[in-house]
Design a protein around this ligand. Structure first.
Ligand code: HEC
Length: 112
């Protein structure tokens, strides 16, 4: 009886690891660990809705907070409208404030 529950627990952890592996492998193609590849905002990236300060803050928050659980997804991986639906959920998992979340969104969507 005792042995069975040990085996059960073992199989349970194998299953959890397998599910996590599939989850992360499934979206690995857009990921980068190379922060040099991330565009550095300049005045030419400024738009009506994103100041240079927003974009620069967004880049550093993105690098510091968005690569903890998975490698960073490059801004080019998604359209601006996709980013707008993805960032809020991720920002809350990353513990960002509303302002920080908005700056990350501006950075990854290139101020759109
Ligand atoms: C607490 C862990 C954690 C943090 C921090 C985190 N993520 Fe994620 N992220 C995940 C997990 C887990 C998935 C895969 C499951 C999912 O899509 O919800 C994921 C998936 C994604 C995806 C793929 C979504 C899709 O639909 O293809 C993107 C893009 C992403 N994260 C961006 C971000 C950004 C931007 C931040 C920073 C604001 C961030 N993540 C912070 C855990 C995290």
């Amino acid at each position: 009886m005792k042995m069975n529950s040990v085996i059960g627990r073992f199989l349970q952890s194998v299953l959890v690891v397998a599910i996590l592996a599939v989850l992360f492998a499934g979206c690995s193609k857009n990921l980068t660990a190379n922060t040099d590849a991330l565009y550095v905002p300049t005045t030419s990236d400024v738009t009506a809705s994103a100041t240079l300060t927003d974009l620069q803050a967004g880049r550093s928050i993105f690098i510091n907070s968005c690569g903890r659980c998975h490698n960073l997804y490059s801004p080019e991986s998604y359209s601006a409208s996709n980013w707008k639906s993805i960032v809020p959920g991720m920002a809350s998992m990353a513990g960002l404030t509303t302002v920080q979340a908005s700056q990350v969104t501006k950075y990854v969507s290139r101020g759109k």
